[in-house]
Design a protein around this ligand. Structure first.
Ligand code: COA
Ligand code: MG
Length: 290
């Protein structure tokens, strides 16, 4: 799962039939079908049934399909799992994960079912305990990705919203470090003001610069910006190609380093350059299939 693009990860409430239908034509790399906080308590049971039916009968193409179930501290989690796993989503996203034990509880449930032999687990990182335990959570069984739950985290921290997200930096970077140490995907939190494109772009750029693979989104209007910001742009692709060519030339001359645009290029830069080209290729393949 970790070689595929996760630039744009769109939340859709499992209760909204029209939005789910619309998603089949949207340029989202991944979809989180939500049964947790986007679904009202009175709607929980209906949303679960509707989502299971939708997943079983609708074709979402190459978009990664994740289902966010309710947590095991609620009355809904077991029923969510019973119904949703039959529709075989690629991953279950567990909310408010505090420790590796939470992941192990879910992994045991998945181990017990034949249809979920290959189902991945993703974790919402949105509680202080979860952030402090990020390394053990990332390394837990079946783990494939972190989603930053910045709204819940802001509530728990009692921090203020700032455009530079200074209060969030510890959590963002701790989770990113843990995700990279374990080799899993890391996706940034949502930008609430879904009509503010400039604000979204700035926050996407910050997340990208930190190293996130993409951003969770709440509205289709946010897709284009996230897809653009988290893809290597033409300049990055051009630089990667020139670095690889210059390094090949240097190697042929028996040299271990090259210089491109006045900057040193060593083997480690070539690893990054090749990863950039591979990511651009994977994005082109995905976009072609949407
Ligand atoms: N995914 C897919 N389609 C969506 C969508 C989403 N997340 N949000 C809106 N749409 C669709 C609507 O169905 C509508 O389609 P239509 O014109 O064919 O009817 C279109 O996009 C425009 O929607 P709009 O009227 O601008 O939005 P809204 O006022 O209906 O809803 C929100 C705004 C924020 C309530 C809605 O976008 C939403 O529910 N987002 C997801 C929230 C969520 O999942 N939160 C949990 C994690 S933070
Ligand atoms: Mg949350």
């Amino acid at each position: 799962m970790d070689s595929r693009p996760f630039r744009s990860v769109l939340y859709i409430p499992g209760s909204k039939e029209r939005a789910m239908d619309k998603a089949r034509g949207l340029a989202a790399d991944a979809i989180i079908f939500d049964l947790e906080d986007a679904v009202a308590i009175d709607e929980k049971a209906n949303a679960r049934t509707l989502l299971a039916q939708t997943l079983a009968t609708s074709d979402f193409g190459p978009r990664a399909k994740l289902v966010r179930i309710n947590g095991f501290d609620t009355d809904w989690a077991e029923a969510d799992l019973d119904v949703i796993t039959q529709a075989r989503p690629e991953a279950i996203l567990l909310p408010k994960v505090n420790a590796a034990a939470d992941i192990e509880t879910l992994a045991k449930r998945l181990d017990a079912r034949a249809e979920t032999a290959d189902t991945h687990i993703w974790a919402m990182m949105e509680t202080p305990q979860g952030i402090l335990n990020a390394p053990e959570i990332a390394a837990a069984p079946r783990m494939a990705g972190f989603v930053m739950g910045t709204n819940d985290l802001a509530k728990e921290l009692n921090c203020r919203f700032r455009a530079d997200r200074l209060p969030m930096q510890y959590a963002l970077q701790t989770c990113l470090m843990a995700a990279r140490a374990a080799g899993i995907v890391a996706v940034d939190g949502v930008y609430n003001a879904f009509k503010d494109g400039d604000g979204l772009r700035a926050e996407c750029e910050q997340g990208r610069d930190l190293g996130f693979d993409g951003k969770t989104l709440i509205h289709p209007a946010q897709l284009e910006i996230a897809n653009a910001v988290f893809a290597p742009d033409d300049a990055a692709i051009d630089l990667a190609r020139r670095q690889i060519a210059a390094f090949d030339e240097a190697t042929a001359k028996g040299l271990g380093v090259a210089v491109v645009d006045g900057k040193i290029v060593e083997n480690l830069h070539i690893v990054t350059a090749k990863a950039t080209l591979a990511r651009a290729e994977a994005i082109a393949v995905l976009q072609g299939a949407l």
